[in-house]
Each structure stands twice: as structure tokens, then as C-alpha cells.
Design a protein around this ligand. Structure first.
Ligand code: SF4
Length: 956
């Protein structure tokens, strides 16, 4: 976008230059692509390794034979587009988008269209390496596992299990994610987390605490039924490109207005009927400003609120303060525009509310997500086809990795960390609870949340006496995580230097490999991509898809599950961890992992999706309706594609999955639901259960609490249980066994047989009384240029959370706005993903976007003396500084700067290219936006704040 090309010559660094820097001579793209397909590894072996110890790492050449078609799923976002790979002689020679897939209908974006280059990438890490005296030395897998495992055992002995951090990934398949969380549990720590913490943790917490589950309620396909679409902080044109085809279809066929609320005029905003530009960090004020007009005009859905919503009167009281004048003072949006928005929504129901990281990545994030929910509840559009809260997730399996519990605050299935939760999983794992407890430093630490990934480095930097665990962090294991996706990178760099050991497990080395100042104690282990293994992945709409293996792992890479097994073996955990999982040549059988989590994930209904059912869906994609996602005839007849969770009961029960959460227009047995009863039955004398609202066919024609064995007995339905189910229920807790802990699935089966939801039938709540702000509240960002608003809308007092002290007021009390007058926000580009190491190493994608940049409004640029394309210094208030190009554009408003967050490999003006292992440096490097991003964490989840801080920009 920034690079000006004249006769095909870029002004920025050419790819060929980047290639020349590491392989000795420039090659053109055609040659490169030919090599990448047929002779990968031809330029791969330069290193300081000892060849006597290890064999040459190389990929296979395409041999003769038939071309085989293998179906997989794109790994670059959660839309879940199918990829059809053409494989010849074990070599991936071509690819097509999946035409039968109801998600992508034969479309791919640039990232999906180039996944073969991702797998066959020349710039992959090809064998294990270790940093010795500042140089990368090749190792064998046995050496690496032995040394890393040995060091972990040493640290466990001296500092305890909480001094090793297990940072997992939204890139794991469901099976790998589950195994990773299990590994951390067996390692005796809750210091485990993944990217969901820094992308949608505020969604999961906010939404789950409003109506039951923290996930997208409908599907992208279901948006075909919408009459309007409301986006806030979401830019699918770049972040979820193939989703946009469904949205544009709705716009055209239903004449549905698109409303886009964003501080920046995005590529999605370019399609909008109404673009609302608002000040970053004022989402709650904006939503209350819209609701002010709704309530003034009586546009709310009164019957829906009466039957299914708790606490709307308290919301009315808060919203009354957000007059058009006050809303404009805080958000910058005129009341007349918000009245138009409110009227458009009122006249065009149902509409989904779509949000992404523009809404979540704030120190006020949980308030934002709950305010969005309240808007949907007030308008009666939740639990309705064409409506809902359509929270687009980011990475391909961030929904699944969240569900499978790669989190510091819960076990798989959101069971939490209470003793009862551990006992449930100990039963599933068939291990002795006391044996498991003994792995932890204490019972308290076993039941206490660990440190979130957003602050892992504070666990290394804080004084020992300030942390709530025996010792500071000594070893960090980055397993599929890019450090440049996190704020406060200078602090992270300091922490990396303090560790005893730093381990990266990834197909590409990531910026972790180069941003530290260490000369030893760093290991890089080559993981296989998802195209070199197989298993299930959960798309943004909660549907599971099965990937088949396209090629055997290239170079010396290994699938995650194999690396986990090897490590568990070295740590002495393998016998117990894998007692019910077949292991062949150190590779656990993936289907056994699916079946194991099927036996435990009752809370979210990950129990009905057996490997066999998922494979059958993939093989019969063409039989599913492209809007309802329901199979019409064929072997999956009646199922919803991918068995979107909850898919209740056992696989044998044949539940079809739940296409729209909380939709009472269908029986539960056919995918219907109601809001979940998880907050009690009454509060201060007010009923929390639904009133006169229930799923079609329910034998209980009102609200009811969650099902237990005692409740079944009371209703006289326990006679419907089989003898085996009764004995399984007795073995857990007798009458106290509930729908979540019954390992037989009998309680779920019988409740559904009588038309009921196993988790009860309640109202959604707009007041989350266990959160710091029960009613969603606007609070100014910690780094705000609106000093006039701090007194009215202050942040929180400093406090302690997640084992660490955390700052709020002490930062906001300081006025940084004079030295750092511009608001800084960040976001995505269509060409890259996440920290960008994979996609910037992909020659096709790298060619499309070669320069890191900052967008500046023309007025600001003119006042600062900055021309379009000039180099500038961007300074953050905590000392970070970046040397980047200026993109002068009206996309951003006055006094606002925007940066993409996918770049890395430069540090404060210096290239780190020489620090990558030979041949593993991405083609495109650049400054990481997060090196200038600052402190600021959500008050519930510790989500980082990347969407509203301050900066100063100067000509370079
Ligand atoms: S990145 Fe997302 S939209 Fe693009 S092809 Fe992959 S799954 Fe589809």
C-alpha cells in the first residue's frame, strides 16, 4: 500500500534483496516458487551445526504417481475456509479453495490462497537450534529435549513449578490445545495461557457473564437473515475477508444497511451506509448514547426484556446520563447521527452486533463487551436468527484453544480451578486427585489463577516479595506465540534477559528469537504446521472442522503433540498423561485426544463431536445448506455443519449442534436453547429465571435452574436414565451430580428428551454484580489526552490481580498529553496475520506489503512537516520509539495515529536480521507497533490496551 512502484520497482527493500541477504544470491520469484514447490531445502542448510551429529534437513521432492486431493482448513483466521491440496508423491504441488465449504463457497483471501507457501516455506526453522555464545548451533531433537527438560526439572526443584511458564497457542488444533493444558496441569501450574487473553478475553468474560457462553452466538452464514448489520471495532474486510462476501450478500439481497462504528475509516467502512467515527476508548459512551435515543423513543423490545432480561432498569438509569450533548463531549459523535443509527436499528430488526479487537483491547474492555450485549438485549435481537452477538474471533483456532482451556484461570471447558473442577478432570483423566494435587506448590496455588500472558514478563521483573507464588519466573516456553503481538515490548525484552531459559516452539522462529539481548539459554524447536498433521479446529461460529494431513512434517519439524509427548516423557509425566491415549513412535493418536475431551467437556457441549462425525461432515460439505448450515439429506441429514457447540450428550445421542445460541424457536434436541442459568435463581428478591419464555417443546413452560440428579428425581424423570447412567451418576456425587459432572451424559440426555436445556433457563443479566463495574461504565484510558474528562470518568485505584500488583490510577494521574499529544491505535492488514512472522515469511504475501507504517491525518502531517512516504520517529510515553514510514491519509481522524501490529524484526531503528538463524529470517521485517504501546489492562481479564494510548510523531 505504501510502496510506490514504478515499472515494477519498489522504493522499499525488494524481496530479492532480502533473499540475497541470506542465501548469497538473488533469485526471482518464479525461481523461488519453483524451488519452494519441488526442491524445498535446496538452500536450507547453511548453519554452524556439526554435521556429524545430525542429518541434513530437507523436504521431499515431488515424485511420480497420482495426484491426491486432501482437504484441510486455512490456518490464518477463524472464518475456517477449506483448502483442497493437490499432493503428488508426498509433495504438496498445488491448492484450490474448497468450493463445497459452506463457509468460503470457493473463495480465499490472499492469506488462504498462499498457505502452501506457508507450509513449504523456505524461511521455516528447519531443525532444533540452541544459542551458544551468541551463535545458533544445530541440535538433535534428543539433545534439545534432554537439555530443556533437564533445565525445567532443575527449576522445579529450586523455584517450584510456577517458575516455568507454558505459553500455548490459538494455532494449536483442539487436540493439541487440550493436551497442552493437560501438560501444564500435570506440570503443577496455572501459569499457562494463549493469545485469547490479548484478543477476546474481555468478550469471553463479558458475554459469558451476561447470558451464559462467551462465544459468537450466531454464524457468518446466518447473517444472510439480517435486516441490518452493526459493526463496532471490527474490520472484516481485512481481518476476516471471506466473511465479507456473506455480509455484502446481505447488504445487497436484503437491502440491509451496514453501520460501521470505528475511529478509523477502514476498508469495511468503505462499504458502510453509515460510518460513525468516534474517539478511541469511548465505546460504552457511544452505545449508551445510541440507547438514549432508543429509550427516549420507546424502541426497546419490552416483552423480550420482561421475559428474558434482568436489570434493564439500572441500565436505563445509567443511560439517562448520556444525553446527546454528553455523548458528543466524550465520543465526539453528534447526537443527530446517533439518533439516525438508533432509528435504523429499530426499523431493521433483527441485526447482529459484530465486534472484534477494536472493542476488546482496552483497559475498559469488559465494560465495552457488556454494553454491546445490552444493546442487543434492549432491542430483542439476541437468540434470534439474523441477530445475535457475532463476535468474530482472530486466529484459526482461538475459539477452540479457549474452549479447551489454554488459559491461566480455568481448566478445559470453563470449569474453573476450584477443587471440584480439578476432581472432575482427574476423573476424566483417570488419575488420582491427590497425586495431581501433589504436583502443585500448594492447594491455594492449584486453585488460584496464574499470571496472564499479557503480563508474563512482570512475573520475571517484579520483586519476589511482590508476587503471590514462591519465586519469580525462570523459564519461558513460547509455543506458537509472537511476542510482538504484546504491548510493553521494552519491558518484555528486559524480562527475557533475566530468565534462565527461553524456548520457542514454532514453525517459524518468531521475534522471540531475536529481540532479547541474550547470548545463550535460548532454544528454537521446529514445530510442524497444521498442514503436516491432522485434527479438529473450531471456527468462529463454534463449528468444528477436521483437517487431514496434507504432507508429512517437512525438514526436521515435529507435530506439537509429538513434542509434548517427548517433553512429558523427559519430565516423568508421560505414563499418567497418556494412560488412555495410544502413542505410536512418540506421536499420540489424535483421535484418542478428541475422544478424551469428548468425555469431559460437558459444560460447553464438546461431547457430541466424535472424530467420525466430524470427518463425515468434511466429506459431505456439499450437503449442507449455505445459510442455515443444516444438512439436507445425505449421511449428515439434520446436523448443522461442524456440530457447533453445544453439541449435547454423547456422539451416539446424535445431537445436531446449536447453530444459534439462545434461540427458543427450536426444540433443544434440534439446536434450540435459552439463556443459561448460571447466576443463581434470585437476587434481592427478584427472579433471575426466565418468565414465560422457553424453547419450543419444553415440558417446563417457564424458567428453571440447571439440571441435577436431585432435580430429575423431583420431576420424576430419573426413571428415564439407564442403569449404566445411574451408576455413573452415583459414582460422582449422587443426587448432587449435575449436567456438567455426569460423565455418562444421562442427565443431559433426559433433560433434552423432555425439551429442556441441561443448563437451565434464565434471564440474561445486564448487571454483573461480581465485576468491578456491575453496570458497564465509561472510564477514560490510562493514557488519555482528554484531561478534562479524567475527574468525571476516572480509572480504578491501583490494586492486585492475578498474583501481581497492577497499576491504574497512578498512571492516569500523570499528564502525558503535552509531550505525547496524539492518540495511538492499532489494527490489522489483510496481507498479514498476528505477529506476522509466518505471513511475512511467505513470498507471495511479503511482496504485497513491504513496509511498516503509521497513518497520520493530512492536517497533523502538514503541521508536523511530514510528507507522505517520509520516514518518521514515533515515540511512546514509556520510552519505546519506532522508525517507520508515514502514510498521510484521511482514514484516521485528527490527532490520531494508526499502526498495523504485524511487523517485527526491527528494534528502535535497527534491523535484527542478522540475529535470526541462517535462512530463517522473514522476507519483510519492520518495527513492532507494540514496542511503543503502553501499560493498561482490563479490570477483569488483564486484556492489554492497544487501542487507546498516546504518542508523539516527528520527522526522522
Ligand atoms: S485467512 Fe480467513 S478469510 Fe482468508 S482464506 Fe484463511 S480462513 Fe479464509
Amino acid at each position: 500500500m505504501l510502496t510506490r512502484k514504478t515499472n515494477g520497482v519498489a522504493t522499499g527493500p525488494r524481496l530479492s534483496k532480502a533473499l540475497a541477504a541470506t542465501v548469497g544470491s538473488a533469485i526471482d520469484r518464479r525461481t523461488f516458487l519453483k524451488r519452494s514447490g519441488l526442491t524445498v531445502g535446496g538452500i536450507a542448510a547453511a548453519s554452524s551445526m556439526s554435521f556429524g551429529m545430525v542429518k541434513k534437513a530437507e523436504a521431499a521432492e515431488a515424485g511420480s504417481g497420482e495426484i491426491k486431493l486432501v482437504k484441510s482448513v486455512c490456518t490464518h483466521c477463524s472464518v475456517g475456509c477449506s483448502v483442497i491440496a493437490e499432493v503428488k508423491g508426498g509433495v504438496w504441488i498445488g491448492q484450490e479453495p474448497g468450493w463445497d465449504s459452506p463457509f468460503n463457497l470457493g473463495a480465499h483471501c490472499a492469506k488462504g490462497a498462499s498457505v502452501r507457501e506457508h507450509a513449504h516455506g523456505e524461511r521455516r526453522l528447519k531443525y532444533p537450534v540452541k544459542l551458544v555464545d551468541g551463535k545458533w548451533e544445530r541440535q538433535s531433537w534428543d539433545q534439545a529435549i534432554d537439555e530443556i527438560g533437564g533445565k525445567i526439572l532443575d527449576i522445579w526443584g529450586s523455584s517450584g513449578p510456577d517458575s516455568v511458564y507454558w505459553l500455548g497457542s490459538a494455532k494449536h488444533s483442539n487436540e493439541q490445545a487440550y493436551l497442552f493444558r493437560k501438560l501444564a496441569a500435570f506440570a503443577g501450574t496455572n501459569n499457562v495461557d494463549h493469545q485469547a487473553r490479548i484478543c477476546h478475553s474481555t468478550t469471553v468474560a463479558g458475554v459469558a457473564n451476561t447470558w451464559g457462553y462467551g462465544a459468537m452466538s450466531n454464524s457468518v452464514n446466518d447473517m444472510h437473515n439480517s435486516r441490518a448489520i452493526f459493526f463496532i471495532g471490527s474490520n472484516p474486510a481485512e481481518a476476516h475477508p471471506v466473511a465479507l462476501q456473506h455480509i455484502l450478500k446481505t447488504k445487497e439481497q436484503n437491502n440491509a444497511p451496514l453501520i460501521v462504528c470505528d475511529p478509523r475509516f477502514t476498508r469495511t467502512a468503505a462499504h458502510a451506509d453509515e460510518f460513525v467515527r468516534f474517539r478511541p476508548g469511548t465505546d460504552v459512551a457511544l452505545i449508551w448514547g445510541i440507547l438514549w435515543h432508543v429509550f427516549q423513543n420507546g424502541w426497546e423490545d419490552k416483552e423480550f426484556i420482561r421475559q428474558r432480561v434482568y436489570g434493564m432498569d439500572e441500565i436505563r438509569a445509567e443511560v439517562a446520563k448520556w444525553t446527546p450533548e454528553e455523548t458528543e463531549r466524550v465520543t465526539g459523535v453528534p447526537g443527530s447521527q446517533l439518533k439516525r443509527v438508533a432509528r435504523t436499528l429499530a426499523n431493521n430488526r433483527p441485526f447482529p452486533i459484530v465486534w472484534c479487537m477494536g472493542g476488546t483491547q482496552h483497559s475498559n474492555g469488559n465494560n465495552n463487551t457488556r454494553a454491546y450485549c445490552v444493546l442487543g438485549l434492549a432491542m430483542g435481537t439476541i437468540g434470534t436468527s439474523g441477530g445475535g452477538a457475532n463476535i468474530f474471533r482472530g486466529h484459526d483456532n482461538v475459539q477452540g484453544a479457549t474452549d479447551l482451556g489454554v488459559l491461566c484461570n480455568t481448566l478445559p471447558g470453563y470449569y474453573g480451578l476450584a477443587a471440584g473442577s480439578w476432581k472432575h478432570w482427574a476423573r476424566v483423566w483417570e488419575v488420582d486427585f491427590d497425586w495431581l494435587s501433589a504436583k502443585f506448590a500448594s492447594k491455594d496455588l492449584m486453585e488460584a489463577s496464574g499470571v496472564p500472558v499479557s503480563r508474563w514478563f512482570d512475573l520475571a521483573l517484579e520483586a519476589k516479595e511482590n508476587i503471590e507464588q514462591p519465586d519469580t519466573l525462570k523459564a519461558m516456553i513460547f509455543w506458537g506465540h509472537a511476542p510482538n503481538s504484546q504491548t510493553r515490548m521494552p519491558d518484555m525484552r528486559r524480562a527475557m534477559s533475566k530468565l534462565d531459559m527461553l524456548v520457542v516452539v514454532d514453525p517459524y522462529p518468531t521475534m522471540t528469537a531475536v529481540m532479547h539481548e541474550r547470548t545463550d539459554g535460548v532454544y528454537l524447536l521446529p514445530a510442524a504446521t497444521q498442514f503436516e498433521t491432522y485434527g479438529s479446529v473450531t471456527a468462529t461460529n463454534r463449528a468444528l472442522q477436521w483437517r487431514d494431513k496434507i504432507v508429512e512434517p517437512l525438514f526436521e519439524s515435529l507435530p506439537d503433540q509429538t513434542i509434548m509427548y517427548k517433553l512429558a516423557k523427559k519430565l516423568g509425566l508421560a505414563d499418567e498423561m497418556f494412560k488412555n491415549i495410544q502413542v505410536n513412535d512418540d506421536e499420540p493418536l489424535v483421535e484418542d485426544l478428541t475422544r478424551e475431551f469428548n468425555r469431559g467437556m460437558w459444560t460447553v457441549g464438546y461431547t457430541g463431536q466424535s472424530p467420525e462425525r466430524l470427518k463425515m461432515h468434511m466429506a459431505n460439505q456439499h450437503t449442507f445448506d449455505k445459510t442455515s448450515l443444516q444438512a439436507r439429506g445425505g449421511p449428515a441429514d439434520g446436523d448443522f455443519y461442524g456440530l457447533p457447540w453445544p453439541c449435547w450428550g454423547t456422539p451416539e445421542m446424535g445431537h445436531p449442534g446449536t447453530p444459534v445460541l439462545y434461540d427458543t424457536s427450536k426444540p433443544v434436541a434440534e439446536g434450540g436453547l435459552c439463556f443459561r442459568a448460571r447466576f443463581g435463581v434470585e437476587r434481592d428478591g427478584v427472579n433471575l429465571l426466565a418468565e414465560g419464555s422457553y424453547p419450543v417443546g419444553s415440558e417446563i413452560k417457564d424458567g428453571y435452574p440447571e439440571f441435577t440428579m436431585a432435580m430429575l428425581k423431583k420431576l420424576g424423570w430419573d426413571g428415564d436414565l439407564t442403569a449404566d447412567e445411574v451408576s455413573a451418576i452415583e459414582a460422582v456425587a449422587g443426587d448432587d451430580t449435575n449436567w456438567k459432572t455426569d460423565l455418562s451424559g444421562g442427565i443431559q440426555r433426559v433433560a433434552i428428551k423432555h425439551g429442556c436445556a441441561p443448563y437451565g433457563n434464565a434471564k440474561a443479566r445486564t448487571i454483573v454484580w461480581n465485576f468491578p463495574d456491575p453496570v458497564p461504565t465509561h472510564r477514560e484510558p490510562l493514557y488519555t489526552s482528554r484531561r478534562d474528562l479524567v475527574a468525571d470518568y476516572p480509572t480504578y485505584e491501583d490494586r492486585r490481580m492475578y498474583r501481581l500488583p497492577i497499576l491504574y490510577k497512578s498512571i492516569q494521574d500523570q499528564d502525558f498529553s503535552k509531550d505525547f499529544p496524539m492518540i495511538l491505535t492499532s489494527g490489522r492488514l489483510v496481507e498479514y496475520e498476528g505477529g506476522g512472522e509466518e505471513t511475512r515469511s511467505n513470498p507471495w504475501l511479503a511482496e504485497l506489503q513491504q513496509d511498516m507504517f503509521v497513518e497520520i491525518n493530512p492536517v497533523d502531517a502538514n503541521n508536523l512537516g511530514i510528507r507522505d512516504g517520509a520516514m518518521v520517529w514515533l515515540h511512546g510515553p514509556e520510552g519505546g520509539k519506532l522508525l517507520i514510514k508515514a502514510l498521510v491519509t484521511d482514514r484516521v481522524g485528527l490527532n490520531t495515529a494508526f499502526m498495523p501490529f504485524h511487523f517485527g524484526g526491527h528494534w528502535q531503528g535497527e534491523s535484527l536480521r542478522d540475529k535470526y538463524p541462517a535462512g530463517a529470517d522473514p522476507y519483510v521485517l519492520g518495527e513492532a507497533s507494540n514496542a511503543a504501546q503502553t501499560y493498561g489492562y482490563d479490570s477483569v481479564t488483564n486484556m492489554q490496551e492497544t487501542k487507546a494510548t498516546l504518542c508523539r510523531i516527528e520527522p526522522a
